[in-house]
Structures are given as C-alpha cells and as structure tokens.
Design a binder for this molecule. Structure first.
Ligand SMILES: [Mn+2]
Length: 339
C-alpha cells in the first residue's frame, strides 16, 4: 500500500488541536482495544482531545490495558457515546472497515459530517467512506499498523503504555505469534515494542492466564463432548447451545480461542465453532494453509475476515446452521479428506 497519501492527510489532521473520536467493532477483541487505546494515548500526548467509543463491553482480560478504562461503552452509556461522536472533528475507525461492523454506532457515525479515517487490516474495505485510510491486509493486526504510524512520528512517541497496548493487539491477533504473520516486519516491530513495553511474559500472563474455572471446563467439554470430526472432510465442528453456555456460567469472551484447538489435529484444515447467542447464531472459522475461510464465510454466512480467521452469522436455529455448513462442504474440493 502507498502510505504517503495517508501520512499527507493524517499530518494535516494532526496539524492543529482537534477532538478525535476513536471507534472499534462490536465485541471488541485484543487488537480492537490495543490499537484504539494506543492511538488514543498517542493523540493525547500530541495535545488533542480524544474519546474512545466501543459498541459493547469487552472481556475482563483486556480491561487492564492502559487507557481501557476510559473507553465509553454504547450499551452502558448511550448518551455519552452519542455526544462524543456528534462533537468530533474527526472519527478514526480501527480494526474494522465497514460501518455495519460497528453495530449500534453505525447510525451515530452516519449522522456526522466530519472526516473519517480508516486504520484496518480486513479485506474488501469500502474506501469511498473515508477521508483517508491505512488499509493493509498483509499485516498481522490493526495494532501493527498503528505501530508503523506512531514510529513514523518518531521513536520518542512510543511510551511504555503505548508499546504495551500495541503488543497486546499483535499478540492476540496472531494467537501469541502462531498465525497471521506475513512478513519479518511483524517481528521487527515487536522487538521495538518489547524494548519499551512492560515484560512480554507479564502481558501474556495477563491476557491468557485469566480463565475462570467455568471457562476451562467449557473448553474441556467443547472438545471432549461436542467436537465433531467429519469423515469425508478435513473439517471439525464444535457447536454450543445457549443452555450449554449457561451451564458453565458463560461470561463474554469465554468461548474465545476454543475454535483454535481442533486445528492442532493433523488432518484438520478447517475448524468451525458455532454458538447460539441472544438473537443469532454466531460462527467462528479458522483454517490452516491457504484455504480461505473469509471467502466461505462471506459467501454463505454474511461474514468475512481473513484467509485463516473469519466470522459469520445466521438467524436460523443452531441445528439448521450446522446442517447448512455441512451441505455447502461439497463445494470445497480442497477440504475433502483423503486417507
Ligand atoms: Mn484485528
């Protein structure tokens, strides 16, 4: 991507003090929170007035991140979020690329006339909606892009707090450096972040060693009792009903990561976690190699994401969703399992 145009525009925006509002996607993950808090700290340090808005709450294992307690949540404090968005001179969208993914914020952002900036790594952005964009799909995370942006303004802009936020984002979007690394630059940037951030083992511990007993038991149950390995396809499916989730005292974020485990089976190329939520069925896809779960999710489940990690939804039942998934597999010759 040509970044010179982005920096021309972004320089101009930073040129005089402004009210920035940063927004992220529904069900914010480590990259959404990490990239947003880092950008917020960076802009505040530059003398700007910054508000952060998320559509809904995020898991406890992300709440220690520097600045995360300042994030306004639309599902808790609608008025403050509406005000922040309405009064902004510039809105920066991080870690998502279409207004629809901002859920309830969609309408609020749609009403504004101020310039919008996109900082994202998902596929198929609609760039016409933005004043300027740094949209790059061959990077690990939005946090990686924010690292590049901050370094562009000089190493002295990278505080311990900012480096810590960004390390969380890159670490979580790569599954602690196990996927979504497309070039050596990711590690180069992490070396720079690591030198400035709090110790990496502490970051890892704060994010990953935070399970409740229920969450670990849910993981064990999902794999032992609910994982279905298909005979003819290199595909594993785990489905969890709302009542199953409830029986393990489900908290937001508890199913995070479950979808990755079936991929540790040698023969499995695609893993799908299907969960029953309040008003929809949610699908989470992971793949190994070059099979694109983005395309599958986009074509059949109103979703998308990345080659190896994507999401989708249906509004049918859990059982119908499982059947639909199985019925489309014959389209994908690459997933057929040959003994
Ligand atoms: Mn991301």
């Amino acid at each position: 991507m040509q970044t010179s145009h982005f920096f021309e525009c972004f320089d101009e925006l930073l040129g005089s003090p402004k009210k920035f509002t940063l927004v992220c996607h529904v069900n914010p993950d480590g990259d959404a929170i990490g990239s947003m808090t880092a950008m917020s700290l960076f802009l505040s340090n530059k003398g700007h007035y910054v508000k952060m808005v998320a559509p809904n709450s995020f898991p406890e294992f992300l709440q220690w991140i520097p600045g995360a307690s300042d994030i306004l949540l639309f599902d808790r404090d609608q008025t403050a979020c509406q005000e922040a968005i309405a009064m902004s001179d510039c809105i920066i969208m991080l870690d998502f690329n279409s207004l629809a993914r901002s859920g309830v914020l969609h309408n609020e952002i749609g009403k504004t006339r101020c310039p919008r900036v996109l900082i994202d790594h998902h596929r198929d952005p609609d760039l016409s909606q933005f004043y300027c964009s740094y949209s790059e799909t061959c990077v690990s995370s939005a946090s990686e892009i924010v690292t590049e942006i901050i370094l562009h303004y000089g190493m002295e802009c990278l505080s311990e707090e900012i480096a810590t936020c960004l390390m969380v984002g890159i670490m979580t979007d790569t599954g602690a450096f196990s996927h979504s690394i497309y070039h050596p630059r990711t590690f180069e940037l992490c070396a720079i972040l690591d030198a400035k951030s709090i110790p990496y083992n502490l970051i890892h511990q704060r994010v990953y060693d935070t399970f409740s007993e229920g969450r670990l038991r849910l993981l064990g149950y999902s794999i032992d009792k609910k994982m279905e390995i298909l005979d003819d396809y290199a595909v594993a499916i785990i489905s969890l009903s709302k009542s199953e989730l409830d029986s393990f005292n489900y908290q937001v974020g508890d199913t995070e990561g479950i979808v990755n485990f079936p991929l540790t089976i040698k023969k499995i190329k695609v893993s799908v976690l299907i969960t029953e939520r309040q008003d929809q069925i949610r699908l989470s896809f992971r793949s190994k190699g070059d099979f694109s779960v983005h395309e599958l999710a986009h074509k059949h489940f109103k979703g998308g994401g990345h080659t190896n990690a994507a999401g989708g939804t249906t509004t049918t039942t859990l059982e119908e969703t499982i059947q639909k998934l199985k019925s489309i597999l014959p389209e994908y010759e690459a997933l057929r399992y040959e003994v």
